[in-house]
Design a protein around this ligand. Structure first.
Ligand code: SF4
Ligand code: FES
Length: 246
């Protein structure tokens, strides 16, 4: 039973995975950090408090603190989540165990390198507008249908946090799988009228087991995506298009 203070503060314990793979003397272990929870406390606030007042050596990643940059993803009591958008009060037992995201290269403690994967994935799926037809910059660009624009914007909300990959059993079996983040990216450009690529050209990029035919529909990506993107719908949409090509 955790102590509750008169001002509403509650004693909670964060159990953090500690390991530095670059230090040959480092032994992986868990370390407990008891702190007083205050109203509205997020895991970001709790970790910052631990860092500033208890342990300067604990490593974790944050940039925006607002669910936008995607850098604070970690495994919280067994589920991948954004630490800056997770309230400690969600855990009624007051015990919170934190691990780094699996799948990505471990840097230290809760910090992982998602950038190397995202960069390689972007190159692999050519995740940018491709249009080889001659452009006349003196003419006004044709407006996009507002409904289509909303649909593209919806897919553009991906923050590349890596949670879909950390939730994906296919990724464990197929290390080079581009994941929901990559397939969502292709779906986004295939919808965009500014992109002139044909379905055959998209097939060249993702028409294999590391792309659209690799997904086994375990649904972990959609269950955990913090932006609630319609990932399975987009994967089904792209698979349907790609099956017609082959
Ligand atoms: S699709 Fe969702 S879970 Fe995957 S990287 Fe984008 S925002 Fe994160
Ligand atoms: S710190 Fe940017 S998403 Fe959490």
């Amino acid at each position: 039973m955790h102590r509750v203070y008169e001002d509403g503060g509650r004693e909670i314990v964060l159990t953090i995975f500690r390991h530095n793979p670059n230090d040959e003397d480092s032994i992986p272990h868990f370390q407990d950090y008891p702190i007083i929870e205050r109203p509205g406390m997020t895991l970001y606030i709790a970790l910052t408090q631990i860092y500033t007042s208890m342990d300067h050596d604990v490593s974790f990643d944050f940039v925006c603190r607002a669910g936008i940059c995607g850098s604070c993803a970690m495994v919280v009591n067994g589920k991948p989540r954004l630490a800056c958008r997770t309230l400690t009060s969600e855990f009624s037992e007051g015990k919170i165990t934190l691990l780094p995201l699996p799948t990505f290269q471990h840097i230290k403690d809760l910090s992982v390198d998602t950038g190397t994967f995202m960069n390689a994935m972007t190159k692999r799926v050519e995740g940018w507008i491709v249009n080889n037809s001659p452009q006349d910059i003196s003419t006004i660009e044709k407006p996009i249908d507002p409904e289509l624009s909303d649909e593209i914007f919806e897919l553009d909300r991906c923050i590349e946090c890596g949670i879909c990959l950390a939730s994906c059993a296919t990724k464990v079996m197929r290390p080079n799988f581009v994941g929901a983040v990559g397939l969502n990216r292709v779906a986004r450009f295939s919808l965009d009228p500014h992109d002139s690529r044909s379905d055959e050209e998209f097939y060249e990029l993702i028409g294999d087991d590391e792309g659209i035919f690799g997904c086994m529909s375990f649904m972990g990506c959609q269950d955990h995506c913090p932006k609630h993107l319609p990932l399975q719908k987009q994967i089904a949409y792209m698979r349907n298009k790609m099956v017609k090509v082959c």
